[in-house]
Design a protein around this ligand. Structure first.
Ligand SMILES: [Zn+2]
Length: 473
């Protein structure tokens, strides 16, 4: 019988163990430290919130800015938000609730107005507790980050993350995702002082949220290929397999637990929690989301842009990512099976900048006639293009070494589409864009698949396939 804590080689709930393991991996000094004091995972860990605050130095009598959205939430049969307020009241804290307002569907968006609202409510006497899922977490953490930046003479403020769903990798990450001119951008932020992952809360969240979290961590199965590819082609400086080691055996673990995840067992929920927390830490130690964000994430980001344009409710981020991971894994499988450097003309892989700029402008004009979105995308894409051009010798070497070095390496890093499909199917997660809530048409999905690589600076397989397609015309 294996316990959930023994499934991953490194348990995020054992912070001292994780930190000392990381220290042994950091021989070249390129890894960032994990500045989280503690992570609690278990069926009753929410009850320890007052003790966690005290260990962080926030003693009874202090003001707790409790950030929440207006979505009703349960912990088993109990109404969660009044429960947490009462818990803090009883421990002698002064609770100051801050309710973030959602759109017409009740969804709170990660934008800087929300961050400002939270930041303005923080004082030198405040400790921050975020009680919510991914977006609320990003808003609260970034408000704490900006407050710290403005008060650098003070100690970092106490910010506790009480995650209410196993939906995304944001909880343990020191980065946040916000909209810039309608395009999602990941920016530096801060770690929480502590994270409370209460299994009774997590299993009480809608099942679709846990399925989405599962989809979000499946990104690792293709994103690592993208990161390696970018590194082999010289378009990214840092590449490390320490984040990969943190997520070792992820496919085996998820395959084994997918049914438990579907049944919402505490054990299954704890596996998703650990996977998401490790994924958040995996990106933070290299200070970029690359280990768990590549082709599949840019596809999901374009779907969000389209939903916003059509004023449609956003589907869950991780649910989109899961489906897009199957697609990206299919691309990898095809690429590994069929790429033959002898059949391409290298010259043809270097397109005229003006032509690409016009293409990006045209793509986004229909969605954003002001042109701001097209400019934002071109500003990122042009940097990638310049690196691609400058490192042409690397691509030539990549072609020479394809069969001996890069093909086997990529095949080891990515997972076949059947593996991703089986994990998601066993857990009952959506497998096609039409199964998303709300459903997405095949036409829109195909648009996102074809154009996702144009919106961001990070080099992904889609970029290479686009250049190769020109070279094979
Ligand atoms: Zn994600």
């Amino acid at each position: 019988m294996t316990t959930p804590s023994s499934t991953f080689p490194i348990d995020p709930a054992d912070m001292p163990g994780l930190k000392s393991w990381l220290a042994t991996q950091n021989d070249q000094g390129h890894l960032r430290s994990v500045d989280i004091n503690e992570i609690l995972i278990g069926p009753d860990v929410l009850l320890e919130l007052p003790a966690v605050l005290q260990r962080a130095g926030a003693l009874p009598g202090k003001i707790i800015l409790l950030v929440m959205d207006e979505t009703p939430m349960l912990r088993d049969e109990v109404d969660l938000k009044p429960f947490v307020q009462a818990l803090l009241d009883k421990a002698g804290y002064h609770v100051q609730p801050l309710w973030l307002k959602g759109d017409q569907y009740g969804l709170v968006h990660a934008d800087f107005e929300q961050v400002e609202r939270v930041q303005q409510a923080i004082t030198g006497e405040t400790a921050l507790v975020a009680l919510g899922a991914g977006t609320l977490t990003d808003i609260a953490k970034h408000a704490a980050y900006l407050y710290d930046q403005e008060h650098s003479e003070q100690a970092e403020m106490v910010y506790i993350c009480c995650q209410t769903a196993n939906s995304v990798t944001a909880f343990a990450a020191n980065m946040a995702v916000f909209l810039k001119d309608g395009v999602k951008r990941t920016i530096s932020s801060r770690y929480p002082t502590a994270i409370i992952s209460d299994l009774r809360v997590l299993v009480s969240a809608p099942k679709a949220m846990t399925e989405a979290g599962l989809g979000d961590c499946c990104a690792r199965f293709v994103a690592y290929g993208d990161w390696y590819l970018a590194s082999a082609l010289g378009v990214v400086d840092l590449y490390s397999e320490v984040p990969l080691a943190l997520l070792a055996n992820l496919d085996t673990i998820l395959l084994e637990h997918a049914e438990g995840i579907s049944q919402r067992s505490h054990e299954g929920e704890a596996v998703v929690a650990r996977a998401l927390l490790l994924a958040g830490i995996a990106q933070s130690i290299v200070n970029m989301s690359a280990p768990i964000s590549g082709t599949e994430h840019v596809i999901s980001h374009v779907l969000d842009i389209l939903a916003d344009h059509y004023r449609r409710r956003l589907a869950l981020h991780g649910a989109q990512v899961g489906i897009a991971t199957i697609t990206a894994a299919q691309f990898y499988q095809h690429f590994l099976d069929s790429f033959d450097p002898r059949k391409i003309t290298i010259d043809a892989c270097y397109l005229d900048d003006a032509l690409l700029q016009a293409r990006i402008r045209n793509l986004f004009t229909a969605i954003d006639p002001s042109g701001a979105m097209g400019r934002e995308c071109w500003s990122d894409y042009s940097k990638k293009l310049a690196l691609w051009r400058r490192n042409r010798a690397r691509f030539e070497r990549f072609c020479t070494d394809w069969q001996t070095i890069h093909r086997p390496k990529l095949a080891a890093l990515v997972r076949p589409p059947q593996v991703v499909h089986t994990i998601l199917a066993r857990a009952g997660a959506p497998l096609t864009p039409q199964e998303l809530e709300p459903p997405i048409s095949q036409e829109e999905y195909d648009f996102a698949v074809q154009n996702g690589h144009f919106i961001r600076m990070r080099f992904v397989l889609g970029d290479l396939l686009y250049f190769l397609a020109q070279a094979m015309l």
